[in-house]
Design a protein around this ligand. Structure first.
Ligand code: GTP
Ligand code: MG
Length: 238
């Protein structure tokens, strides 16, 4: 098995990580984990620090000055690039992205540069989400596909596997997303670079423990950022 690092951005995911971290590590000896936690009030970082003391395959970035899914993801990816692993998986830490799909993501990497766990291709679905969230996902993906001109069904999926070289080449340091629009920013950079991207079906389930951090403002921010990516990134990256 190739060396693989799983990057988990976390905010108040203590109850999920108790089970998720051992479950991911049990997939194989070549899997390690980096948790990027923004000083979660529920002490997620303390739990991960204890785990890291016991197992060298677990690492923690505990951020006390910055907050945001976007900047956390960038820090995690930069750590991954430095670590020298072959593959980097990013996933939510709330069991919406179940670790049972990790072997399928990895097995596709022979033929691809990026593999996306997708709710919106044949065989993929969402379970337990309210109708409004499902509609937002559907609308957001149609909007992004149209604006970015990309041929990918689940552009908003944050469950993905990358070759390390891909992350090293897409200008992570220059990315502008503080919040969740990082998912689309990274995807668009991969598309512009011409990487081979494949989607595999996943069942996306409602988070196990805890509450969503998503706000209406974040949805609007992503909608506007997508326009900015389309206008600016093409010039910067190519
Ligand atoms: N480090 C860090 N992680 C975050 C932040 N906001 C969200 N996350 C993590 O990013 C992942 C996705 O966030 P969620 O809150 O699950 O967003 P979502 O999946 O759109 O919404 P729900 O599943 O409905 O909660 C989870 O692992 C969160 O813990 C943040 O500000 N900083
Ligand atoms: Mg979630």
């Amino acid at each position: 098995m190739k060396k693989t690092l799983v990057m988990l951005p976390t905010y108040n995911e203590r109850e999920n990580l108790v089970k998720l971290v051992p479950e991911i590590l049990s997939i194989g000896p070549d899997i390690s984990i980096i948790v990027v936690d923004d000083d979660s009030p529920d002490g997620t970082w303390k739990l991960v620090r204890e785990m890291a003391e016991k197992d060298s395959r677990v690492s923690l970035i505990h951020r006390t000055r910055e907050k945001g899914r976007g900047t956390a993801g960038i820090e995690g990816f930069l750590f991954a690039v430095r670590s020298g692993v072959d593959y980097v998986i990013e996933m939510d830490a709330d069991y919406s992205h179940h670790p049972r799909y990790i072997p399928s993501l990895l097995s596709e990497m022979e033929k691809c540069d990026v593999v996306i766990g997708s709710r919106l291709i044949h065989g993929g679905k969402e379970r337990g989400r309210n109708i409004l969230r499902t509609l937002i996902t559907w609308f957001a993906n149609n909007y992004i596909r149209l604006l970015m001109g990309v041929d990918i069904m689940d552009c908003t999926s944050g469950y993905r596997c990358f070759k390390r070289e891909v992350l090293a080449s897409i200008g992570l340091e220059k990315m502008v997303s503080v919040g969740p629009s990082i998912v689309e920013e990274v995807l668009y950079a991969c598309v512009l670079k011409g990487y081979r991207i494949k989607e595999i079906p996943i069942l996306f389930e409602e988070r196990c423990h805890g509450e969503t951090t998503k706000t209406l403002g974040q949805y609007l921010d992503t909608a506007l950022k997508v326009i900015r990516f389309r206008l600016r990134m093409r010039k910067e990256l190519l």
